[in-house]
Structures are given as C-alpha cells and as structure tokens.
Write a protein that binds this ligand. Structure first.
Ligand SMILES: *Cc1c(COP(=O)(O)O)cnc(C)c1O
Length: 371
C-alpha cells in the first residue's frame, strides 16, 4: 500500500462543495486584490491567534521580510535565529542587508536554545526570530525575557505552527510580530502562496498595512518605500473555508502522532535505541511534521522508497553550512545539535486523513529495515 507524505486530494474531497462555492463567489465579484474576503480572513486569523491585528501578506517569506522592514532592519544590523529551519527565516535577514547570527537548537524540541542566545547579543543586535519548528512553540518565556532585557524585537516564525500553543498562548501572539505561511502543504494551506503577520500593536499594524502596498495611503501618496506584499482575495476565500476545519485537522494530526508513538514503542525500535520519538513539551503541538530520529537513516529511507511510503528530510543541510552563507565564515562543528539533527531526522506522513492501516505500514516498513 503506497502512503503519500501528504494527501491534499483527500482534504479537498471532504470540503469541495464549500471551497468551490467560495472560489465561484470571488470570480462572480471579480474582486481579486485585498477587499472584503481578505478583511474577513484577517479578522478570523486575529481572533484565532488571540491578537487584535492581522494583516494578509503574499507569503510566509514576505511576512517575515515585511516585519523586519517595519522595524527598519538593514545593513549593519544583526538578527539572531536558528540555523535549523527553512531557508526563508535567515534568507529574509540577508536580503535586507542585515547579518543572520545563528544560535544552536535544543535537541529535544529542535527549537532555538534560549540559554545560548545572550552570548550572541551585541550592540548591533536588533531582533530575535524564534521558529516554532514542526508545529511546537519555542521557549517563548525565556526568549521574551532576554528580548526585554536587551530591548530587542521578537518576530515569531510561526509558519509551521498556526494554532500551536504554550501555556494557553497561541503561536504568533507572544512576540511583537507573528508570521504565518499558507503554502499548500502547511497545516492551513491555500491554493497557492499566502501569508499573514499578526500583531498586538496598532502602530505596527498601520505600518505593515502600508508597507504591503508600496507604503501608500491614500492612493498615490507614499509614506515609505514598501512593495507588493498583498494577499489575493482568492486565497483568502479558500483559507476562510479551511480555517473552520483547522482545529479538527490538528486533533487528527495529534491522534496520528499518538498512534505512531504507540506503534514505535510496540515495535521494540525505541527500546533498542534505533528510533527516537518526538517529545511534546509545549501544551499544544500541532504536528506540522512528525519527526523521528534514526541513526541508520539511509537504511530506513531505502526501505520507505521501496515500499512507496512518502518521507522527507527537514532539513538535510543546516543554514550555516549553505553555500550562499559562506561569507558568514562558519564551519562544520559550529552548531553541533543542528548538524546532528540534520543527519538523523526523518519526517513521516502525519496528515489528518492518514488511516491506522497506513500508519501501521509506515512503522512496519521501518521496523523491517532496522530490526
Ligand atoms: C514555509 C516556511 C516559511 C516560508 O513560507 P512561504 O509561505 O513558503 O514563503 C518560512 N519559515 C518556515 C519555518 C517555514 O516552514
């Protein structure tokens, strides 16, 4: 039985009538840029995240970029983040001419290790970008305390974590900005690219709204140099429908994670130390990914390929070792936990529609390969 890494067709089949109607409505209106659908979705996401302001943006990458633009981050500035994340987190820092300053991860959560942040702060440090990797919130209490002491801005990269919580607080609601992605494979995925910035501060919201539309307000009067970072009405219409299902999908992912935990425990692979399971430390892990650590990863991969079971490695090369960041002067060994994770992690199918039989097949395939 082939098991895909993600089955978006199954999701579409379940909500097709509502999605098709929402898309049709936008076509009938011929209102494609911003407008009522985007305003409706912004209000819904603000409410969902427990913050007063949300601004629809063209992608998660642009959400991160525009948040840094709003803080005037540029040449000569430093921004602290993790090297174990999707490229966009650090790419946006570099695109503004600022310097990404990496801090290694906590091996338990894969998120930035707050105990290593302060030694990297200099007079040039402007911001910290924690990433809530795989759908689990980073240690925000510790990060906000450090930011407060050093007057730094915190931009949460919640692109994998919409709806995740720590101590009852939603991802994106704890820092000065929260950034989300609606790339189709995210937990809340659109029919193309999309993103959002959420905020608690009215002035920041005003600035972000202007920046996303060429710094313009009213029409043809430009306060600052912004860009075209607008969210399409079509995306907002689709996402409005999908947001209503997000909590049920998160519950499905959590149930699948629990099932994997039980299957792996029963397989004997955990006791033998051949597979290590993800650990939930924050209150609400939404499992954008279910990540195991496997020492003999290549063996597992070969077996999964042969069995037509989908998998992925997020991420095989930590950012400090990427060619485009060679000028930062890093070398192998600089961030040992990130490098170790890059060599061991394996993402398994965790989408809500995954069946018990499919999960069983995934674990049995890995067991046959490693035992
Ligand atoms: C997906 C992702 C992004 C970028 O989002 P896009 O919408 O694809 O631009 C940024 N950071 C992280 C951690 C992501 O997973």
């Amino acid at each position: 039985m082939a098991v895909p890494l993600l089955d978006l067709k199954a999701q579409y089949r379940a909500i097709r009538t509502d999605i098709d109607a929402a898309v049709k409505e936008v076509f009938e209106s011929q209102y494609f840029i911003l407008g009522p659908k985007v305003l409706e979705f912004e209000a819904a996401v603000a409410k969902y995240c427990g913050v007063p302001y949300a601004c629809g943006i063209s992608s998660g990458t642009d959400a991160l970029l525009i948040a840094m633009m709003a803080e005037n981050i540029g040449p000569g500035d430093e921004v602290i983040t993790t090297p174990y994340t999707f490229f966009a987190t650090a790419g946006c820092i570099a695109r503004l001419g600022a310097k990404p300053v990496f801090v290694d991860i906590d091996p338990v959560t894969f998120n930035i290790d707050p105990s290593l942040i302060e030694e990297k702060i200099t007079p040039r440090t402007k911001a910290i970008i924690p990433v809530h990797l795989y759908g689990q919130v980073a240690d925000m209490d510790a990060i906000m305390a450090i930011a407060g002491r050093h007057k730094l801005v915190v931009i949460e990269d919640g692109c994998q974590a919409i709806g995740a919580e720590d101590k009852g607080r939603r991802a994106g609601s704890m820092g000065h900005y929260g950034c989300f992605s609606f790339f189709p494979s995210k937990n809340l995925g659109g029919a193309g690219d999309g993103g959002m910035v959420v905020m608690r501060d009215a002035d920041r919201d005003t600035k972000i709204r202007r920046l996303r539309n060429h710094g313009m307000e009213p029409k043809y009067y430009h306060h600052m140099v912004g860009g075209n970072f607008r969210l399409d009405a079509l995306q907002a219409a689709v996402l409005n429908v999908k947001l209503r299902h997000l909590d049920a999908w998160s519950v499905g992912r959590q149930a699948n994670a629990k099932r994997y935990d039980q299957l792996f425990e029963a397989s004997g692979l955990v006791a033998k130390g051949l597979v290590r399971l993800p650990k939930v430390v924050a209150n609400r892990h939404i499992f954008n990914q279910y990540i195991i650590r496997v020492g003999q990863r290549q063996k597992a991969i070969d077996a999964l390929k042969a069995a037509q079971v989908g998998f992925e490695i997020y991420y095989p090369v930590p950012l400090h070792l990427q060619e485009c960041f060679a000028s930062l002067g890093h070398k192998k060994g600089d961030f040992p936990e990130s490098e170790k994770a890059a060599g061991e992690t394996l993402a398994l199918p965790i989408y809500p529609e995954l069946t018990a039989a499919q999960a069983g097949e995934v674990v049995a395939t890995i067991k046959a390969a490693l035992a």
